[in-house]
Design a protein around this ligand. Sequence first.
Ligand code: NDP
Length: 335
Amino acid sequence: MTFRGWRLDKTDGVFNCALTDLDEAEMMEGDVTLDVQYSTINYKDGLAMTNAGPVVRRWPMVPGIDFAGTVTSSEHRDFKAGDAVVLNGWGVGEVHWGGLAEKARVRGDWLVPLPKAFTPAQAMTIGTAGYTAMLCVMKLQDHGVVPQDGDVLVTGAAGGVGSVAVAILASLGYRVRAATGRESDASYLKELGAAEIVPRAELSEKGRPLGKERWAGAVDAVGSHTLANVLAQTKYGGTVAACGLAQGADLPSTVMPFILRGVTLAGVDSVMCPKPVRLKAWQRLGECLPLSKLEAITSTVGLAEARRVAEDIMAGKVRGRVVVEISGNADASVS
Ligand code: NDP
């Protein structure tokens, strides 16, 4: 039996990415098999599908770090045929065949039940970007950052993680400053709940070890000089949740924000995040995410368009979220 899906190959150093027939017999080990209904294009999928970064560590690979689907067969105690489930991370799309295909086989331990608050399409509107944004907000809250402390900054604000972080923080009553290189998108970010736009250039160049205290907390999806400047301008006792590297993986900072202002740099990882925290994040998303705002910034494409979107995301042309509808005619375009 075959099914349609994207296949990434590297033979003698030559990379290939094609929508093709995949053989069920070739699927990787797992105790749950599913029909994938929706996936998304995350930054990491962009890296994988364009061979722009060392995301894929096993060949051939099916990309797609997240998906929502329906169980077709299960040997796992928690799942049975017909169950609706969501998967984020765990190396899927990197070392284990991922979600940009009509079928997936994974370990049941990696799955969470589809939250009651969401349809499969809505769960992927949120996707790994949104679930990571929720983890970042939870990190700020765990470290005691409350709206009364002052503004909270979100960097990479018009991207997937950033957009959802802006929406969640605003709905929780924080005054949100959105740092973006796309100042023409100010109205988009204000619709999501941003109170103020910070031009990306204010943060992206080498800065001073400490600056004026501007925010009580931050969600950083960008890294590099941006994260260094965000730390240098965080208020006494504030917390910065760092999850991304859109500008770079380096952190050209000093210890000054930590030793003179007691600033906390809190790391956020969605991939290996323990299941209880995942379940909590999805529950919190159901409680505090203004879904209609998120749906307004989401576009849906067919499986055949995934590669084009991957190229767009790497070129910084994607705003908000892109859902990939898998069910239906896999080779047709949705939009
Ligand atoms: P997107 O591509 O959707 O968004 C990234 C945003 O970063 C862009 O929209 C842009 O925001 C900003 N940006 C891009 N290039 C630069 C640059 N050179 N300098 C400054 N800002 C830049 O990606 P996602 O939101 O999906 O992911 C964001 C980051 O988070 C990525 O690095 C990703 O790998 C990481 N990530 C990490 C996870 C984890 O588990 N830790 C999980 C998910 C994502 P704007 O247009 O507003 O300027």
